[in-house]
Design a protein around this ligand. Structure first.
Ligand SMILES: O=c1ccn([C@H]2C[C@H](O)[C@@H](COP(=O)(O)O)O2)c(=O)[nH]1
Length: 317
């Protein structure tokens, strides 16, 4: 069991790489060799520091991080997400990601919006222990599809005027998965705090199998010789009843919001990356340059990264 606390996702990621390399044991589920720690509790004390970067060794595609978070929040399993990460196709049976989190969170059994349930529960009983979002579904997930959710669920607690969030994962690829997963979960955490009218508190990430695939272990070891880059996102909020309309506008790509909010930044990120995928690289770079804050800078860095093949991470070339 490892227990780690850090004030930024980058530091937490670097500390977890070190802990897995030091304490991990070999395991090879599905014949893929990993170094694994069984039992990890990773605590992020500032969930706005959600962007993982240990330059130049581990950079992420921030447009995919944003896209995936919005895709999940919108309750979708639509294939537009493949535009941002082609590698996800390998987990899809018949083109559908059966384990997609969004529909489970927003329309469990075609009915229950679990975010709405949590908002209502914690509005009525501020200290409730029943604010649960369930993702793993035995009725679907023991059927043999390729895509079995790695996240089992979330719990939320209001304590001392802050919202504390706990996530449980049965399986976490530290190198490829963690940076994107923590981006999405801490965004949900911060939005939920806003819907409940409290400050965002600590974020807890509980993982059963925290692992590094053999192909990523050398880079993870190299990370230990580099400084994690610490950036903090602007506070983000949206009224709960407006969430779906704001998400729909950003995802549709019908123009930027141009209102200077973090939602406008998200919209610009998606537009820039879609432009990149259309082959209009100079325009995509310009759009990234014009995107304010750490996300814009990370997208500029990602485009540089993509054009230096030796450094390209395997997820999104
Ligand atoms: O949100 C996710 C989804 C998947 N994975 C990784 C964990 C495993 O390496 C792999 C899924 O393989 P199984 O645990 O299902 O064997 O994908 C994550 O890290 N996060």
């Amino acid at each position: 069991m490892i227990v780690l606390t850090a004030d930024s996702a980058s530091e937490l990621f670097a500390a977890a790489c070190q802990a897995v390399l030091l304490n991990g044991k070999l395991a090879a589920p599905r014949d893929l060799t990993t170094t694994e720690v069984v039992g990890a509790h990773l605590c992020l004390t500032n969930p706005r520091r959600r962007l993982v970067a240990v330059p130049p060794i581990r950079m992420i595609n921030p447009a995919f991080a944003v896209a995936e978070a919005l895709w999940i929040l919108s309750g979708s399993d639509a294939p537009w997400i493949f535009d941002f990460n082609d590698n996800l196709r390998q987990y899809a049976d018949d083109g559908v990601l059966r384990g997609a989190y969004g529909p489970r969170i927003r329309h469990w059994d075609s009915g229950v919006d679990q975010l709405d349930a949590v908002v209502r529960k914690l509005t009525v009983d501020r200290q409730s222990r029943q604010a649960v979002v369930q993702i793993f579904d035995p009725a679907r997930d023991h059927r043999g599809y390729r895509d079995v959710p790695c996240t089992l669920g979330y719990r939320f607690f209001i304590r001392q005027g802050r919202l504390v969030m706990h996530t449980s994962m049965r399986s976490q690829d530290l190198w490829l998965g963690f940076p994107y997963d923590i981006f999405a979960t801490t965004l949900l955490h911060e939005l939920m705090a806003g819907w409940l009218g409290v400050e965002v508190g600590e974020y807890h990430h509980h993982v059963d199998s925290l692992h590094l695939y053999a192909e990523h272990a050398p880079a993870a070891a190299e990370c230990l010789h580099h400084e994690p880059a610490i950036t903090e996102m602007e506070p983000i909020a949206v009224a709960w009843p407006s969430l779906d309309a704001v998400l729909a506008q950003i995802i549709s790509g019908d123009g930027n919001l141009s209102d200077g909010t973090p939602w406008d930044t998200f919209s610009r990120m998606l537009t820039s990356y879609r432009t990149w995928k259309l082959g209009e690289r100079n325009l995509a770079r310009k759009l990234a340059h014009d995107t304010p804050g750490p996300l814009g800078a990370a997208l500029v860095a990602w485009y540089q990264h993509l054009t230096q093949p030796a450094l390209v991470s395997p997820e999104l070339a």
